[in-house]
Design a protein around this ligand. Structure first.
Ligand code: GTP
Ligand code: MG
Length: 297
């Protein structure tokens, strides 16, 4: 199984194939320089691109009968070594209060991902509740409410209350009704908006207060089109609120997905899910194998 990817997307593997077709096999240094260039261009970052090129240089016999397949194998193995540590899927269990607290910059996909997650969890026969803690704009509450209606899932909302008290109320309601998983949607914010980052930290504390026994997962949604800019987001959100996982959204678009490799090289925060479209079903558990196959197909 591979992740679906649109045809228009620039493929890393096509570029690598072109390299070998251009008879660069006889010019090892030039080939390695160009390979590194391709990996950098695919957002894999300097350190991972160097590491991968070094591995190919060390192991790949360009005079073998199928150097292209040999290179694919070596790259796959090394890519897996880099990103496998990020594969730590979330375990959902019945009668175990869990709170998924979604944070991220504006438009990164928090609300849509809340709905996708609610659907994913409901399908496992677990009960779900949504907390509309994006009180910043009325449309935010409407958006999550409309998903709640479509999925027949209760939404706790109140446009006159502050986000922390909505989160508190949502978790209290879940406790009263013995709901398995509570999803808290939040307003988008930029890493340099200190007061808004502090607001998240306050919400995180309130969540803990509302149910000290709950398993809380603070999840950052990242738009994969951002490429390597995502590392700064991860650093700041992690520093402010403490991240337990990442959801990489919009991998169906023009994004090459290589930035996961750069991220894995720099940070060890698990990637829980990936978003592959605007529909409710477009959410997949992150699997390193599948990801590498897609990257090198
Ligand atoms: N193609 C694609 N679009 C996505 C994906 N996830 C979200 N979107 C779209 O991205 C846009 C923004 O998504 P939202 O869920 O509203 O993002 P948000 O982070 O809640 O935005 P704010 O609340 O304004 O900060 C919407 O048009 C979504 O349909 C995805 O995986 N793929
Ligand atoms: Mg939103």
């Amino acid at each position: 199984m591979k992740y679906s990817r649109p045809k228009a997307q620039l493929k890393i593997w096509d570029s690598i194939r072109n390299l070998l077709n251009a008879s660069l096999a006889d010019h090892k240094v030039e080939l390695e320089a160009q390979l590194e260039e391709i990996l950098l261009g695919a957002d894999m970052g300097y350190s991972a691109s160097k590491r991968l090129t070094k591995e190919v240089s060390r192991k790949c016999n360009l005079k073998s009968h199928n150097p292209l397949e040999e290179m694919r194998h070596i790259l796959s193995q090394e890519l897996l070594t880099i990103i496998r540590p990020l594969e730590k899927p979330l375990m959902f269990k019945k009668h175990q209060s869990m709170v998924l607290f979604l944070v991220g910059v504006n438009g990164s996909g928090k609300t849509t991902t809340c709905a996708k997650l609610a659907n994913h969890i409901k399908r496992k026969n677990l009960s779900v509740l949504l907390g509309a803690a994006d009180t910043f704009r009325a449309a935010g509450i409407e958006q999550i409410s409309s998903w709640g209606d479509k999925l027949s899932i209760e939404v706790v909302k109140n446009n006159k209350r502050d986000p922390a008290s909505i989160a508190y109320q949502a978790i209290q309601t879940s406790l009263d009704k013995q709901i398995d998983v509570t999803l808290i949607d939040t307003a988008g914010r930029l890493p340099n908006q200190n007061n808004l980052m502090q607001e998240l930290a306050k919400m995180r504390k309130v969540i803990n207060k509302a149910n000290p026994d709950a398993i809380v997962e603070t999840l950052l949604t990242i738009d994969s089109n951002l490429g390597q800019n995502n590392i700064n987001q991860v650093t700041v959100f992690d520093g402010s609120v403490g991240l337990d996982g990442i959801i990489l959204t919009k991998l169906d678009g023009s994004a090459k997905g290589g930035s996961i490799v750069a991220l894995a090289q720099e940070k060890s925060i698990p990637i829980r899910f990936i978003g592959t479209g605007e529909n409710i079903e477009d959410l997949q558990v992150f699997e390193a194998d599948k990801f590498v196959s897609t990257l090198l197909q």
